[in-house]
Design a protein around this ligand. Structure first.
Ligand code: ZN
Length: 412
């Protein structure tokens, strides 16, 4: 996305987002370089960066790499200047993370849900918000991003079946969480926030284009291009779990037969293990994989051919640099599944001069969706991309809080 400011006074809130975004993307960066990059006057950039410094969002330091003359003031993000909460909701589990302005997780909690009732879910989120943000400056916690199973707004598929949160169907989830936490709330599909987390800190870092396969209770996916998750017309693109990959296969809650996530998902694996006499506890899957447990290896042998064909389809559709497989499944399990898919079938993935693997195991695992959820909130509240969704100007709030604190200090 190109960043361009407007040299008109009315454009100040937009320009603040533009300048802050330039720092988020290119720090450390000088004011002169920001002005050049976003097409604003040096004076406007100087005024705005002073405001952002007052708000505590950026810090300035002299660039001492310059040997001659007065070194330029370089701007960087102040990681502790603002926070967001990332929340992940999935059948049986709620997780929350405090994410700083750099997009890094600085604290994390989770709660198993005895049932997936709305009351249990909303109470768990409110409880985790209170405990995780205790001690942090309250006005610096700007908002909350939620990752949950998709797709959204599709009658036969949304909030239907054991891989979704069925009991939230028809509820104003955003409003209920906002009321319980007092924060502005933004919601996206877990595979989309996971793709964002993987792009920022995981195996997708440094890749221009990649497809992220979210292996959670269900199965989802998202294509990331130039750092942006491609959402499609309704934000649901990549709903790979409901591709009917097995002709006349198992019936699925969506109404089709042979959907991919009936075979490849933690829910499918749980059913398989139960049928083979293994009680599945979420934390034990990594151990079962390390021990090459016979029931688990039999499942891998059963589903690997389906995944192998799916990989061809993804590569031929998107021509990605790589497919990153992550989500809530333990990395040991994903690695075994990838191994069982080899040799991979011919596809666009066999492009000439290829130096990297076609399939990569996530390096951030389950945290990707959580981190991406926090960054979703920061983006909506601070970046030009989120401008339409903003309900209030967080930066103004931070500036005013800082100024009134300064006045109180002077008065005392
Ligand atoms: Zn389906």
């Amino acid at each position: 996305m190109a960043l361009h400011g407007t040299n008109q006074e009315l454009g100040r809130p937009h320009n603040r987002r533009i300048v802050l975004e330039a720092v988020r993307r290119h720090a450390p960066i000088s004011r002169a370089d920001i002005a050049r990059a976003v097409g604003l006057t040096a004076q406007t950039v100087s005024t705005i960066t002073s405001e952002l410094e007052t708000a505590g969002l950026v810090t300035m330091a002299r660039d001492h790499r310059v040997r001659r003359g007065q070194p330029a003031q370089m701007l960087s993000l102040n990681a502790t200047g603002a926070y967001a909460l990332g929340v992940q909701l999935t059948p049986g589990l709620a997780r929350a993370a405090l994410v700083d302005l750099n997009g890094d997780i600085v604290g994390c909690q989770e709660q198993e849900l005895a049932d997936d009732s709305p009351e249990a879910i909303f109470a768990a989120v409110a409880r985790m918000k209170r405990s995780i943000s205790a001690g942090a400056a309250r006005h610096r916690l700007l908002g909350l991003g939620v990752a949950m199973p998709g797709p959204f707004g599709v009658e036969p598929m949304s909030f239907v079946g054991p891989t979704t949160l069925e009991r939230l169907k028809g509820l104003a989830v955003r409003d209920r969480i906002a009321a319980g936490t007092g924060l502005p709330v933004f919601i996206d599909i877990d595979s989309s926030t996971g793709a964002m987390g993987e792009h920022l800190r995981g195996a997708g870092r440094g890749l221009k284009n990649f497809f992220y396969l979210y292996f959670g209770v269900g199965l989802g996916g998202s294509f990331v291009r130039d750092g942006a998750v491609m959402g499609g017309t309704h934000g649901n693109a990549g709903e790979i779990g409901h591709l009917p990959m097995v002709p006349d296969g198992d019936p699925c809650a969506c109404g089709n037969r042979g959907c991919l996530e009936r075979y490849i998902s933690l829910e499918a694996l749980r059913r398989w293990l139960l049928a083979h006499g293994v009680r599945d506890k979420r934390a034990d899957l990594g151990k079962l994989a390390q021990a090459r447990h016979p029931a688990l290896m039999a499942w891998i042998g059963e589903v690997a051919p389906v995944l192998r064909r799916t990989i061809v389809m993804i590569e031929n559709l998107f021509d990605p640099e790589a497919i990153v497989i992550g989500g809530m499944a333990p990395p040991e399990l994903i690695a075994l599944l990838i191994k069982a898919c080899h040799p991979l079938l011919p596809s666009l993935g066999n492009y000439g001069g290829r130096t990297s693997d076609r399939l990569l195991v996530s390096t951030v695992g389950a945290d990707a969706a959580l981190q991406g959820a926090g960054v979703l909130a920061l983006n909506r509240l601070l970046s030009p991309r989120g401008e339409d969704a903003a309900t209030r100007d967080c930066v103004i709030d931070l500036i005013e809080t800082a100024r009134s604190a300064g006045l109180r200090r002077k008065a005392s």
